[in-house]
Design a binder for this molecule. Structure first.
Ligand code: UD2
Ligand code: MN
Length: 485
């Protein structure tokens, strides 16, 4: 944040890294050959909401839009200040921008959060297409044309660029070494990235065709202004940050639109390691999305995040009315048709939640994929906390003890000759070493070895489940509990 005008903080003539899979290579060359119908493409208003952003990243975003967008396609750049209080974003920013063509700065009169800040920008936009960007981006040559071309062809398409990575420490444009990834979510309603599935590769007519994506990351996309309004723009009951990306994604698909990523459009983004504001509203926002769009599947979310069920989420009547008015499809249709890769838990009553021991009271199965545990991927026992997450397991009708809170899903297994419980990838047909029988009396028998899972001391203050010869001990008795009582 040196204070100097960053005329060119981004590398000139940057080209994405080659050497990755087929699709990427083909699209790289084919994208450069694309011809666009400039005279007939719609013009766009670029809307950038910001809250307390650093000077250099904010200006880098603005200058890169101006330098990479063909004049004829760019109506204006609307910066929306979401009631920032940092000094450099006051008069100094206004004067920096005042000399720039097409750039408008508007300010919220109170903190609105990103949803209402973006809508404030959209409400004054004059272009036919709205293009939303985060305030720490760098647009890459040729980023805009494919987005507008696609919307010109199909008004109900909502189109995202490929999001390249800008390094959080060095601000270097790292690009995207692999082919584009698409968006999904896990059952905590956290956004996830995935490889393009085989069925989608088959559907694509060429390497420069759009890639359909079940969800979007949220920050970077173009949408016809008229279609955005038809779809009900955003849920204005959502505060600050989070949840609006999944809500909008569900709504686009369920109400008849398509959500796509254009492999020829690239925009870099600084993925924040920490945000300049609290993100505690994300939970309520996600609950609003679940309550309006997910039908009975919202229960799968509540099971994995019991706090969500208790979170006050305000009134969603109007959003439900919108759903009825637009005659949107149900969530089962979305899962079956748009996101068949997502495995849908069974959650049979009595067979999900904390897996608690009877002898070692208050201790539960616990699996933390992020933490380096004594043995890799080992299941441990920890004080039952009732918060779902790392202590949420599901016993399936396929006899698996599944961890399906996050992706990738994992299944409890015992390797041949060992006595520790570890998590392995699940598969469509359950491997023998992943089968457990939960008996009426609470015994948990590993089917292959015929041994019982027993709560066992590992050190003075830590416990693990291990396979032992079956006895009638309470340390070998287990039961599922949905919440703390
Ligand atoms: C991702 C999205 C982001 C948004 C978010 C979920 C990308 C690259 N980013 O988080 O756009 O969808 O998921 O909500 O897809 N802002 C305000 N007011 C606020 C808070 C934020 O104007 O109260 C602005 C902020 O300055 C930024 C944008 O909203 O321009 C998104 O916020 P972020 O960059 O902190 O979110 P990010 O990228 O972690
Ligand atoms: Mn961002």
């Amino acid at each position: 944040d040196s204070g100097k005008s960053p005329r060119r903080l981004f590398p000139r003539g940057y080209r994405p890294v080659l050497g990755s899979p087929f699709l990427k290579l083909c699209s790289f060359y084919r994208c450069r050959e694309q011809k666009y119908d400039y005279d007939n493409l719609p013009k766009t208003s670029v809307v950038i909401a910001f809250y307390n952003e650093a000077w250099s990243t904010l200006l880098r975003t603005v200058y890169s839009v101006l330098e990479t967008s063909p004049d004829i396609l760019l109506e204006e750049v609307i910066l929306v200040d979401d009631y920032s209080d940092r000094e450099h974003l006051k008069e100094r920013l206004a004067s920096e921008l005042s000399g720039l063509p097409k750039v408008r700065l508007i300010r919220a009169s109170k903190r609105e959060g990103l949803v209402r800040a973006r809508l404030l920008g959209a409400s004054v936009a004059r272009g036919d297409v709205l293009t939303f960007l985060d305030c720490h981006c760098e647009c890459h040559e040729g980023w805009l044309e494919p987005l507008l071309q696609r919307i010109h062809e199909e008004e109900s398409a909502v189109v995202c660029p490929v999001i390249d990575v800008i390094d959080w420490n060095t601000f270097e444009y790292l690009g995207n070494a692999w082919e584009p990834q698409i968006g999904g979510f896990d059952w905590r309603l956290v956004f996830t990235w995935h490889a393009v599935p085989e069925r989608e590769r088959k559907r694509m007519r060429s390497p420069v065709d759009v890639i359909r994506s079940p969800t979007m990351a949220g920050g970077l996309f173009s949408v016809s202004k008229r279609y955005f309004e038809y779809l009900g723009s955003y849920d204005t009951g959502m505060e600050v940050w989070g949840g609006e990306n999944l809500e909008f994604s569900f709504r686009i698909w369920q109400c008849g639109g398509t959500l796509e990523i254009h492999p020829c459009s690239h925009v870099g983004h600084v993925f924040p390691k920490q945000a300049p504001y609290s993100r505690s509203k994300a939970l309520a926002n996600s609950v609003r999305a679940a309550e309006v769009w997910m039908d009975e599947f919202k229960e799968l979310y509540y099971h994995r995040n019991p706090r969500a069920r208790l979170e006050p989420f305000g009134d969603v009547t109007e959003r439900r009315e919108l759903r009825a008015k637009l005659q949107c499809k149900d969530f089962r249709w979305f899962l079956d048709t748009v996101y068949p890769e997502l495995s849908v838990p069974e959650d049979r009553p009595g067979f999900f939640g904390m897996l608690q021991n009877k002898g070692l009271k208050d201790y539960c199965f616990d699996y933390n994929p992020d933490e380096n545990q004594v043995e890799e991927n080992q299941v441990i026992l920890y004080f039952c906390h009732g918060m779902g997450q790392n202590q949420f397991f599901e016993y399936t009708s396929q006899k698996e003890i599944r961890y399906n809170t996050r992706q990738p899903e994992a299944c409890t297994a015992v390797e041949a000759g060992k006595d520790t419980l570890v998590m392995h990838p699940c598969s469509d047909t359950t491997p023998e070493d992943q089968k457990f029988i939960l008996q009426e009396d609470g015994s948990l028998v590993h089917e292959q070895s015929k041994k019982c899972v027993q709560a066992t001391r590992r050190s003075s203050d830590s416990f693990v489940p291990l396979l032992r010869d079956c006895t009638n001990s309470d340390y070998q008795k287990w039961f599922f509990k949905e919440r703390m009582s």
